[in-house]
Design a protein around this ligand. Structure first.
Ligand SMILES: C[S@@+](CC[C@H](N)C(=O)[O-])C[C@H]1O[C@@H](n2cnc3c(N)ncnc32)[C@H](O)[C@@H]1O
Length: 332
Protein backbone atom coordinates (compact mmCIF):
# COMPACT_ATOMS: atom_id res chain seq x y z
CA UNK A 1 0.00 0.00 0.00
CA UNK A 2 2.81 2.43 0.88
CA UNK A 3 4.55 1.77 -2.45
CA UNK A 4 1.28 2.64 -4.13
CA UNK A 5 1.00 5.76 -2.00
CA UNK A 6 4.64 6.77 -2.62
CA UNK A 7 3.97 7.00 -6.36
CA UNK A 8 0.52 8.51 -5.78
CA UNK A 9 -0.73 5.59 -7.78
CA UNK A 10 -4.50 5.35 -7.95
CA UNK A 11 -5.58 4.57 -11.48
CA UNK A 12 -8.53 6.31 -13.11
CA UNK A 13 -11.83 4.48 -13.46
CA UNK A 14 -15.23 5.89 -14.42
CA UNK A 15 -15.48 8.27 -17.36
CA UNK A 16 -15.48 12.04 -16.89
CA UNK A 17 -14.56 12.63 -20.54
CA UNK A 18 -18.15 12.28 -21.73
CA UNK A 19 -19.17 15.39 -19.83
CA UNK A 20 -20.10 18.56 -21.73
CA UNK A 21 -17.21 20.78 -20.58
CA UNK A 22 -14.64 18.22 -21.73
CA UNK A 23 -16.36 17.95 -25.11
CA UNK A 24 -15.93 21.69 -25.58
CA UNK A 25 -12.30 21.61 -24.40
CA UNK A 26 -11.56 18.76 -26.85
CA UNK A 27 -12.96 20.87 -29.68
CA UNK A 28 -11.09 24.04 -28.62
CA UNK A 29 -7.80 22.15 -28.28
CA UNK A 30 -8.30 20.53 -31.67
CA UNK A 31 -7.80 17.14 -30.04
CA UNK A 32 -8.34 15.24 -33.28
CA UNK A 33 -5.14 16.64 -34.77
CA UNK A 34 -2.95 16.30 -31.68
CA UNK A 35 -0.36 13.89 -30.35
CA UNK A 36 -1.50 13.76 -26.74
CA UNK A 37 0.92 13.39 -23.83
CA UNK A 38 0.10 11.19 -20.81
CA UNK A 39 3.14 11.86 -18.57
CA UNK A 40 1.89 9.67 -15.67
CA UNK A 41 0.33 6.93 -17.75
CA UNK A 42 -0.11 4.12 -15.20
CA UNK A 43 -1.95 1.33 -17.01
CA UNK A 44 -3.13 3.58 -19.89
CA UNK A 45 -6.65 3.96 -18.53
CA UNK A 46 -7.05 7.55 -19.73
CA UNK A 47 -6.67 6.82 -23.47
CA UNK A 48 -9.18 3.98 -23.11
CA UNK A 49 -11.69 6.36 -21.53
CA UNK A 50 -11.08 9.02 -24.18
CA UNK A 51 -11.56 6.39 -26.84
CA UNK A 52 -14.76 5.05 -25.35
CA UNK A 53 -16.12 8.62 -25.17
CA UNK A 54 -15.85 8.73 -28.96
CA UNK A 55 -12.89 11.11 -29.21
CA UNK A 56 -10.07 10.57 -31.65
CA UNK A 57 -6.60 12.01 -31.54
CA UNK A 58 -3.68 11.56 -33.91
CA UNK A 59 -1.56 9.60 -31.42
CA UNK A 60 -0.51 9.27 -27.76
CA UNK A 61 2.86 9.49 -26.02
CA UNK A 62 3.08 7.60 -22.71
CA UNK A 63 5.55 7.97 -19.83
CA UNK A 64 5.59 6.67 -16.26
CA UNK A 65 8.20 6.07 -13.58
CA UNK A 66 6.79 2.56 -13.14
CA UNK A 67 4.90 1.62 -16.30
CA UNK A 68 1.77 -0.43 -15.56
CA UNK A 69 1.61 -1.95 -19.02
CA UNK A 70 3.47 -2.16 -22.35
CA UNK A 71 4.17 0.78 -24.67
CA UNK A 72 5.04 3.25 -21.91
CA UNK A 73 8.45 4.93 -21.73
CA UNK A 74 9.96 4.48 -18.28
CA UNK A 75 10.92 7.96 -17.05
CA UNK A 76 10.78 10.17 -13.98
CA UNK A 77 8.73 12.88 -15.67
CA UNK A 78 8.72 15.10 -12.59
CA UNK A 79 12.45 15.73 -12.99
CA UNK A 80 12.64 15.26 -16.76
CA UNK A 81 9.32 16.34 -18.27
CA UNK A 82 8.72 15.34 -21.93
CA UNK A 83 8.92 18.38 -24.23
CA UNK A 84 7.26 19.22 -27.53
CA UNK A 85 3.63 18.34 -26.77
CA UNK A 86 0.73 20.76 -27.08
CA UNK A 87 -1.88 18.74 -25.26
CA UNK A 88 -1.64 16.73 -22.06
CA UNK A 89 -4.39 14.62 -20.50
CA UNK A 90 -3.53 12.96 -17.22
CA UNK A 91 -4.28 11.93 -13.70
CA UNK A 92 -1.01 12.86 -11.96
CA UNK A 93 0.36 11.28 -8.78
CA UNK A 94 -1.14 12.65 -5.55
CA UNK A 95 0.71 12.65 -2.28
CA UNK A 96 0.39 15.25 0.48
CA UNK A 97 3.76 16.45 1.78
CA UNK A 98 2.71 15.91 5.42
CA UNK A 99 1.56 12.38 4.61
CA UNK A 100 4.92 11.67 2.94
CA UNK A 101 6.79 13.01 5.98
CA UNK A 102 4.62 10.99 8.39
CA UNK A 103 5.20 7.78 6.46
CA UNK A 104 8.86 8.40 5.67
CA UNK A 105 8.18 8.52 1.91
CA UNK A 106 10.32 10.61 -0.47
CA UNK A 107 8.97 14.01 -1.58
CA UNK A 108 10.69 16.21 -4.21
CA UNK A 109 12.87 18.90 -2.66
CA UNK A 110 12.57 21.11 -5.72
CA UNK A 111 9.05 22.33 -4.88
CA UNK A 112 7.26 24.21 -2.11
CA UNK A 113 3.87 22.81 -3.04
CA UNK A 114 2.09 20.87 -0.30
CA UNK A 115 1.00 18.05 -2.60
CA UNK A 116 2.74 16.17 -5.40
CA UNK A 117 -0.19 16.68 -7.79
CA UNK A 118 0.30 20.47 -7.68
CA UNK A 119 3.94 20.07 -8.64
CA UNK A 120 3.02 17.61 -11.40
CA UNK A 121 0.35 20.00 -12.67
CA UNK A 122 2.83 22.87 -12.68
CA UNK A 123 5.15 20.81 -14.89
CA UNK A 124 2.28 19.97 -17.28
CA UNK A 125 1.26 23.65 -17.50
CA UNK A 126 4.85 24.78 -18.05
CA UNK A 127 5.38 22.55 -21.07
CA UNK A 128 1.88 22.07 -22.55
CA UNK A 129 -0.66 24.62 -23.77
CA UNK A 130 -3.77 22.53 -23.18
CA UNK A 131 -4.00 20.45 -20.02
CA UNK A 132 -6.83 18.27 -18.71
CA UNK A 133 -6.11 16.75 -15.30
CA UNK A 134 -8.03 14.63 -12.84
CA UNK A 135 -7.03 16.02 -9.46
CA UNK A 136 -8.41 16.37 -5.92
CA UNK A 137 -11.65 18.34 -5.71
CA UNK A 138 -9.96 20.59 -3.12
CA UNK A 139 -7.88 22.13 -5.93
CA UNK A 140 -10.64 24.65 -6.74
CA UNK A 141 -10.17 26.20 -3.28
CA UNK A 142 -6.39 26.50 -3.67
CA UNK A 143 -6.51 29.47 -6.07
CA UNK A 144 -3.57 27.93 -8.00
CA UNK A 145 -3.06 28.32 -11.77
CA UNK A 146 -6.45 30.09 -12.08
CA UNK A 147 -5.13 32.31 -14.89
CA UNK A 148 -5.15 29.28 -17.20
CA UNK A 149 -8.08 27.37 -15.74
CA UNK A 150 -11.22 27.59 -17.89
CA UNK A 151 -13.42 24.86 -16.37
CA UNK A 152 -13.41 22.88 -13.15
CA UNK A 153 -15.77 19.95 -12.78
CA UNK A 154 -16.51 18.39 -9.41
CA UNK A 155 -16.95 14.73 -10.32
CA UNK A 156 -19.70 13.34 -8.15
CA UNK A 157 -20.15 9.59 -8.48
CA UNK A 158 -23.60 8.26 -9.17
CA UNK A 159 -25.18 6.65 -6.12
CA UNK A 160 -27.29 3.55 -6.50
CA UNK A 161 -30.60 5.37 -6.23
CA UNK A 162 -29.25 8.24 -8.30
CA UNK A 163 -30.85 10.93 -6.14
CA UNK A 164 -29.79 14.49 -6.76
CA UNK A 165 -27.69 13.66 -9.83
CA UNK A 166 -28.32 13.89 -13.53
CA UNK A 167 -28.18 10.85 -15.76
CA UNK A 168 -24.81 11.66 -17.26
CA UNK A 169 -23.30 11.40 -13.77
CA UNK A 170 -23.39 7.66 -14.29
CA UNK A 171 -20.30 8.21 -16.41
CA UNK A 172 -18.29 9.29 -13.42
CA UNK A 173 -19.28 6.48 -11.10
CA UNK A 174 -16.35 5.04 -9.15
CA UNK A 175 -13.46 7.16 -10.35
CA UNK A 176 -10.84 5.03 -8.67
CA UNK A 177 -10.28 1.42 -7.84
CA UNK A 178 -9.23 1.81 -4.26
CA UNK A 179 -10.02 5.31 -3.08
CA UNK A 180 -13.19 7.36 -3.06
CA UNK A 181 -11.31 10.59 -2.58
CA UNK A 182 -13.39 13.52 -3.95
CA UNK A 183 -12.02 14.35 -7.39
CA UNK A 184 -12.40 16.98 -10.06
CA UNK A 185 -11.46 17.42 -13.70
CA UNK A 186 -9.54 20.65 -14.32
CA UNK A 187 -9.42 21.96 -17.89
CA UNK A 188 -6.70 24.49 -18.77
CA UNK A 189 -6.24 26.61 -21.90
CA UNK A 190 -3.07 28.30 -23.24
CA UNK A 191 -4.15 31.88 -22.60
CA UNK A 192 -5.56 33.69 -19.63
CA UNK A 193 -9.22 33.05 -18.95
CA UNK A 194 -11.38 35.81 -17.47
CA UNK A 195 -13.21 33.44 -15.14
CA UNK A 196 -13.52 29.77 -14.27
CA UNK A 197 -16.75 27.91 -15.03
CA UNK A 198 -17.49 25.56 -12.14
CA UNK A 199 -19.52 22.41 -12.78
CA UNK A 200 -20.93 19.48 -10.86
CA UNK A 201 -20.76 16.78 -13.53
CA UNK A 202 -22.88 18.26 -16.34
CA UNK A 203 -24.52 20.95 -14.23
CA UNK A 204 -22.99 24.43 -14.55
CA UNK A 205 -22.91 25.85 -11.00
CA UNK A 206 -21.63 29.28 -12.05
CA UNK A 207 -18.50 31.32 -12.58
CA UNK A 208 -16.00 31.12 -9.74
CA UNK A 209 -16.04 34.89 -9.10
CA UNK A 210 -19.87 34.91 -8.97
CA UNK A 211 -19.91 32.01 -6.51
CA UNK A 212 -17.31 33.82 -4.36
CA UNK A 213 -19.60 36.84 -4.19
CA UNK A 214 -21.99 34.84 -1.99
CA UNK A 215 -19.33 34.36 0.68
CA UNK A 216 -19.31 36.69 3.69
CA UNK A 217 -16.42 39.15 4.06
CA UNK A 218 -13.32 37.47 5.47
CA UNK A 219 -13.00 38.04 9.21
CA UNK A 220 -9.86 38.42 11.32
CA UNK A 221 -11.81 38.81 14.51
CA UNK A 222 -9.64 36.91 17.01
CA UNK A 223 -12.18 37.64 19.75
CA UNK A 224 -14.12 34.76 18.24
CA UNK A 225 -12.28 31.86 19.85
CA UNK A 226 -12.59 28.29 18.55
CA UNK A 227 -12.19 25.22 20.77
CA UNK A 228 -13.17 27.25 23.82
CA UNK A 229 -14.52 24.80 26.46
CA UNK A 230 -16.70 27.54 28.03
CA UNK A 231 -17.85 28.89 24.65
CA UNK A 232 -21.38 30.30 24.17
CA UNK A 233 -21.84 28.73 20.71
CA UNK A 234 -21.62 25.13 19.49
CA UNK A 235 -20.72 24.02 15.96
CA UNK A 236 -21.17 20.65 14.29
CA UNK A 237 -18.85 21.35 11.37
CA UNK A 238 -19.26 18.19 9.26
CA UNK A 239 -22.24 16.76 7.42
CA UNK A 240 -23.63 13.46 8.60
CA UNK A 241 -23.94 10.62 6.08
CA UNK A 242 -27.54 11.51 5.22
CA UNK A 243 -27.83 15.19 4.26
CA UNK A 244 -26.36 18.71 4.51
CA UNK A 245 -26.41 18.83 8.30
CA UNK A 246 -23.60 21.22 9.34
CA UNK A 247 -25.09 23.60 11.90
CA UNK A 248 -24.49 25.96 14.75
CA UNK A 249 -26.11 24.87 18.01
CA UNK A 250 -26.28 25.73 21.65
CA UNK A 251 -23.21 24.56 23.59
CA UNK A 252 -25.59 22.80 25.99
CA UNK A 253 -26.60 20.51 23.12
CA UNK A 254 -23.02 19.25 22.99
CA UNK A 255 -23.39 18.28 26.65
CA UNK A 256 -20.19 17.15 28.26
CA UNK A 257 -18.43 16.89 24.91
CA UNK A 258 -14.76 17.60 25.65
CA UNK A 259 -13.34 20.17 23.25
CA UNK A 260 -10.11 18.89 21.72
CA UNK A 261 -7.63 21.40 20.37
CA UNK A 262 -6.96 19.50 17.12
CA UNK A 263 -10.59 18.61 16.45
CA UNK A 264 -12.10 20.07 13.27
CA UNK A 265 -15.54 18.46 13.38
CA UNK A 266 -17.31 19.51 16.60
CA UNK A 267 -16.39 22.51 18.67
CA UNK A 268 -17.46 25.15 21.14
CA UNK A 269 -16.77 28.77 20.25
CA UNK A 270 -16.40 31.80 22.46
CA UNK A 271 -18.17 34.78 20.88
CA UNK A 272 -18.09 38.11 22.74
CA UNK A 273 -21.76 38.92 22.14
CA UNK A 274 -25.08 37.14 22.47
CA UNK A 275 -25.42 35.03 19.32
CA UNK A 276 -28.68 34.25 17.55
CA UNK A 277 -28.16 30.63 16.55
CA UNK A 278 -31.17 30.49 14.22
CA UNK A 279 -29.95 33.51 12.28
CA UNK A 280 -26.46 32.00 11.97
CA UNK A 281 -27.98 28.82 10.58
CA UNK A 282 -29.99 30.82 8.05
CA UNK A 283 -26.75 32.53 6.88
CA UNK A 284 -25.10 29.13 6.64
CA UNK A 285 -27.96 27.58 4.64
CA UNK A 286 -28.08 30.55 2.25
CA UNK A 287 -24.33 30.40 1.64
CA UNK A 288 -24.45 26.65 1.02
CA UNK A 289 -27.33 26.98 -1.40
CA UNK A 290 -25.85 29.90 -3.36
CA UNK A 291 -22.28 28.62 -3.54
CA UNK A 292 -23.31 24.99 -4.14
CA UNK A 293 -20.81 24.08 -1.41
CA UNK A 294 -17.89 24.85 -3.72
CA UNK A 295 -15.91 26.41 -0.84
CA UNK A 296 -16.64 23.65 1.68
CA UNK A 297 -14.07 20.84 1.86
CA UNK A 298 -15.44 17.55 0.55
CA UNK A 299 -14.94 14.26 2.38
CA UNK A 300 -14.40 10.73 1.26
CA UNK A 301 -17.76 9.04 0.76
CA UNK A 302 -21.14 10.32 -0.39
CA UNK A 303 -24.15 11.30 1.70
CA UNK A 304 -27.24 9.24 1.07
CA UNK A 305 -28.75 12.20 -0.84
CA UNK A 306 -26.02 11.67 -3.45
CA UNK A 307 -23.68 14.58 -2.63
CA UNK A 308 -20.27 14.69 -0.99
CA UNK A 309 -20.17 15.15 2.75
CA UNK A 310 -18.73 18.61 3.50
CA UNK A 311 -16.84 20.33 6.28
CA UNK A 312 -17.07 23.98 7.33
CA UNK A 313 -13.58 25.25 8.12
CA UNK A 314 -12.87 27.69 10.94
CA UNK A 315 -12.03 30.56 8.56
CA UNK A 316 -15.45 30.51 6.92
CA UNK A 317 -17.23 29.76 10.22
CA UNK A 318 -15.58 32.86 11.75
CA UNK A 319 -16.71 34.99 8.79
CA UNK A 320 -20.31 33.73 9.14
CA UNK A 321 -20.38 34.43 12.88
CA UNK A 322 -18.94 37.92 12.31
CA UNK A 323 -21.75 38.87 9.89
CA UNK A 324 -23.89 39.70 12.92
CA UNK A 325 -21.14 41.29 14.99
CA UNK A 326 -23.13 44.08 16.75
CA UNK A 327 -20.09 46.38 16.68
CA UNK A 328 -19.79 46.09 12.90
CA UNK A 329 -23.53 46.54 12.52
CA UNK A 330 -23.44 49.68 14.70
CA UNK A 331 -20.61 51.15 12.61
CA UNK A 332 -22.61 50.92 9.37
C1 LIG B 1 -2.65 8.56 -9.98
S1 LIG B 1 -1.74 7.42 -10.96
C2 LIG B 1 -2.57 7.68 -12.45
C3 LIG B 1 -2.27 6.75 -13.54
C4 LIG B 1 -3.00 7.06 -14.83
N1 LIG B 1 -2.71 8.43 -15.23
C5 LIG B 1 -4.50 6.86 -14.68
O1 LIG B 1 -5.23 7.84 -14.70
O2 LIG B 1 -4.95 5.73 -14.56
C6 LIG B 1 -0.22 8.29 -11.05
C7 LIG B 1 0.86 7.64 -11.86
O3 LIG B 1 1.98 8.50 -11.77
C8 LIG B 1 3.14 7.68 -11.78
N2 LIG B 1 4.26 8.47 -11.22
C9 LIG B 1 4.49 8.83 -9.92
N3 LIG B 1 5.61 9.56 -9.81
C10 LIG B 1 6.11 9.68 -11.08
C11 LIG B 1 7.25 10.33 -11.61
N4 LIG B 1 8.11 11.00 -10.83
N5 LIG B 1 7.45 10.26 -12.96
C12 LIG B 1 6.58 9.57 -13.75
N6 LIG B 1 5.49 8.93 -13.30
C13 LIG B 1 5.24 8.99 -11.97
C14 LIG B 1 2.76 6.47 -10.95
O4 LIG B 1 3.60 5.38 -11.26
C15 LIG B 1 1.30 6.27 -11.37
O5 LIG B 1 1.20 5.36 -12.43
Amino acid sequence: MDKKRANGRYYTRGNPFQLKPFQRWAKDSNLEQQIVLEPFAGAKDIPRLIDSSGFLCQDWAFYDIGPGTEGIVQRDTLTDFPKGFNVCITNPPWLARNSATRRGLPFPETTNHDDLYKYALEQCLTYCEWVAAIIPEAFIRSGLFCHRLCDFISLVPQTQNGTGQDNQSRNTSRMFDDTEHPVGLALFAPHGTSDVRVWRNNQLLGKLSELRRHLPLASRNRNIVFNEPKGNLGLIAIDNTVSASIRFCSPAELGEYRVRYQCRSITKIGVPWCVDIDVLNVHLATIRERTHDVFFTAFKGLRSDGYYRRRLDWTLARAIIDIDNPQLTLNI
